[in-house]
Design a protein around this ligand. Structure first.
Ligand code: HXC
Length: 283
């Protein structure tokens, strides 16, 4: 029987596109990353999402699995991306149960609004550690499997494999009040992705960034638009396409980068924000 759970993916993509592949995702409890994983699972992938909270992570995995009966979606808790040992244990469990990691989404992030005057050194460090060090730890712990997947894809004609996407933001392109910690961390994430693309490209691994703007239904939009943007009256005027984005639009960008359609794209930052960051400097 067909699933009633929204699959959050465009009709442009064929079911079965990711059959036989596995995606490993940090931050999988978040709205954006769970939508990305849901789309990949709908299109045939199995998945492993990791998070700090055990129950939340298991529940989210069960929810994602509903999108395709027969799919395997693991939810592994007690994983803090700041602690590489917890990530390595999760990667080992993923490999033990699902056999491979073909795609990685490095999406774990922390965020709160705070002016620099209200941001302690430890608060700044906490977010940089989650967003940037956490992304680095994700690369370190999954790369051996991405390299195997890339080699397998090359040798066997498997659809695709050996791809990583980092979730960034657009704050660091222009600067953003109350986001010194996040903007600084995400600038590092973009630089990390570019370096991964250069170092691992010769072995077939692609590395790209998706930078979402304001996406409907996310905690990020709720927090940022309700305070910094909405209060200044700029929210509705700040997007050239005249609206916020949808989770499906982020999922579609993910499918593009992980499928054969994205095979020659690496070291790229794909901004999914309706053009908003290009206007930010004019506001
Ligand atoms: C100022 C704050 C603060 C706030 C925490 N701190 N919240 N400072 N304003 N609102 C300070 C604390 O006082 C402490 O500093 C330091 O940050 C660490 O806080 P802890 O709670 O001890 O750390 P931890 O438990 O590790 O929590 C990390 C966190 C938390 C980042 C602070 O918010 C978190 O876990 N967030 C994860 C979930 C999340 O934020 N998701 C949203 C992602 S949305 P002191 O000096 O007191 O020790 C996103 C996209 C947005 O990123 C894009 C929108 C378009």
């Amino acid at each position: 029987m067909a699933s009633q759970v929204p699959n959050l993916v465009s009709r442009a993509w064929a079911k079965g596109l990711f059959d036989g592949t596995v995606v490993f995702c940090t931050g999988g409890n978040g709205t954006i990353c769970s939508a990305q994983v849901r789309a990949l699972v709908y299109l045939g992938a199995n998945a492993c999402i990791v998070g700090r909270n055990v129950e939340k992570t298991k529940n989210m995995a069960a929810e994602i699995a509903k999108v395709r009966p027969g799919s395997q979606v693991l939810g592994i808790g007690n994983v803090d991306v700041r602690n590489i040992a917890t990530l390595e244990a999760a990667v080992e469990e993923c490999i033990g149960r699902l056999k491979t990691i073909d795609f990685v989404i490095a999406g774990a992030a922390g965020n709160f609004l705070a002016p620099i005057e209200g941001l302690s050194s430890n608060a700044f460090k906490s977010v940089v550690d989650i967003d940037l060090l956490g992304s680095y730890n994700t690369v370190k712990s999954t790369m051996p499997h991405l390299l195997s997947s890339a080699a397998r894809a090359k040798n066997t004609g498997q659809p695709t494999g050996g791809r990583i996407i980092f979730i960034s933001a657009t704050f660091h392109y222009t600067g953003m009040p109350y986001q010194a910690h996040v903007a600084s961390a995400k600038a590092g994430v973009d630089a990390l992705s570019a370096t991964v693309a250069l170092e691992y490209g010769p072995r077939g691994v692609t590395s790209n960034v998706i930078s979402p703007g304001g996406i409907e239904g996310t905690e990020g939009l709720q927090r940022l638009s309700s305070q910094a943007l909405r209060e200044s009256g700029q929210a509705s005027r700040s997007v050239p396409l005249g609206r916020y984005g949808t989770l499906q639009e982020v999922a579609d960008a993910t499918v593009f980068l992980f499928s054969d359609t994205g095979s020659y794209v690496t070291g790229h930052v794909l901004v999914v924000d309706g053009g908003a960051w290009r206007l930010a400097g004019l506001a």
